[in-house]
Write a protein that binds this ligand. Structure first.
Ligand code: SF4
Length: 356
């Protein structure tokens, strides 16, 4: 019988578990404390549980921590970690140190179903959902674990297509009984799956980032098939309805493609779409991916675009590009080569590392 992972379980799930094991209810809080605050590496280290209880738990459970298989390091200090996640699934996480902070970009799925034209993960197809434990393991099992100040759910996969696991992981990150992080240190990115967006806004205080990339319907359909199901105008209308302001930040990600979405008419339409909404726009350099006709906008033109949006009253920044030499930059995360090497099947297609 394979052992059940404890890492990634919420306190409610741990409470159910201890009751099922005939243990006192407070053991759930003790186990959560060992898992998420004291960072033990084994059940045996949970020293305020009796030896008998630890032995009983060890017969059925394990922590479920998995070390990365590989790490690549960029000349700029960015590191890309490759994690096995069970059933021959692999995901990547990117650790991006800066002067006063360190951001970890985590994956929420192995591969992705969304098929965005500009994304390497999109090209590799969907291999499976990650559990909350597999998402958090990308943080817990890297050597820089204690240095990480911010987490962005912008790695492989569409977080809102695996919302329950994502919400469980953010609950563990932000709860008093869990890691106790401020939700202001966490950003979840999505193409805008509206029902999940609604649930996320109700159940989480973490920042939201929406992949926008163009305000024009036909163009967005070409870049992002999800536009056929959830048009960006509807996504923005939904955000206007449910976003109450306060500490939460809403941002829009905008990868810039030369000659496609970087014209004055795009500035005008963006200003119309986002008019009056408390938000920011992050402009992202496009890193060319194999077999794609898309090219990135020049730095000079990106500056012009930023200034034009700013002059329309939209707070706009250009995101610095990191880890390009190790394929950890925006749009480049993919485990496709590994999947091919291992003769695995893949079913449909993205990814991009956005550094907030
Ligand atoms: S950009 Fe994001 S949502 Fe689109 S295919 Fe890549 S991983 Fe999926």
């Amino acid at each position: 019988m394979s052992l059940i992972p404890l890492y990634g379980k919420t306190r409610t799930e741990l409470a159910e578990l201890v009751i099922a094991e005939g243990l006192p209810k407070f053991s759930a809080t003790q186990i959560a404390d060992w898992l998420y605050r004291k960072d033990v590496d084994s059940i045996d280290q949970m020293s305020n549980l009796s030896k008998k209880v630890r032995e009983q738990l060890s017969e059925k459970y394990t922590l479920g921590l998995i070390a990365p298989d590989q790490v690549s390091e960029s000349t700029d200090g960015t590191k890309k970690y490759l994690f096995p996640t069970g059933n021959n699934k692999f995901v990547e996480a990117a650790y991006i140190p800066e002067s006063d902070r360190a951001t970890l970009c985590v994956s929420s799925q192995a591969g992705c179903k969304m098929g965005c034209l500009f994304c390497m993960t999109g090209k590799q197809g969907f291999q499976g959902q990650l559990t909350s434990g597999e998402i958090l393991n990308q943080l817990r099992s890297i050597p820089e674990f204690r240095n990480v100040t911010n987490i962005v759910y912008m790695g492989m996969g569409e977080p809102f297509d695996n919302l329950d696991s994502v919400l469980k992981s953010t609950e563990i990150l932000t709860s008093d009984w869990g890691m106790g992080w401020s939700p202001k240190r966490i950003t979840v990115s999505s193409v805008g799956l509206i029902p999940a967006l609604r649930k996320f806004m109700e159940q989480s205080n973490c920042h939201l980032a929406i992949s926008l990339h163009t305000p024009f319907e036909e163009e967005r359909k070409m870049l992002m098939p999800i536009q056929n199901v959830y048009p960006i105008a509807d996504v923005v209308a939904e955000i206007r309805k449910v976003f109450k302001g306060g500490q939460r930040r809403v941002s829009f990600e905008y990868i810039m493609f030369d000659g496609i979405n970087d014209t004055p008419k795009h500035v005008k339409e963006m200003a119309k779409l986002l008019s009056g909404l408390e938000c920011r726009v992050n402009l992202i350099r496009f890193h060319t991916i194999p077999d794609s006709p898309l090219r990135g906008t020049s730095d000079a033109k990106m500056l012009e675009f930023r200034d034009a949006l700013t002059s329309k009253g939209i707070f706009t920044t250009i995101r610095s590009s990191r880890g390009q030499d190790i394929q950890a930059a925006c749009g480049l995360l993919s485990t496709k080569a590994l999947i091919e090497k291992n003769n695995l099947l893949f079913f449909s297609h993205k990814f991009f590392t956005n550094i907030v």
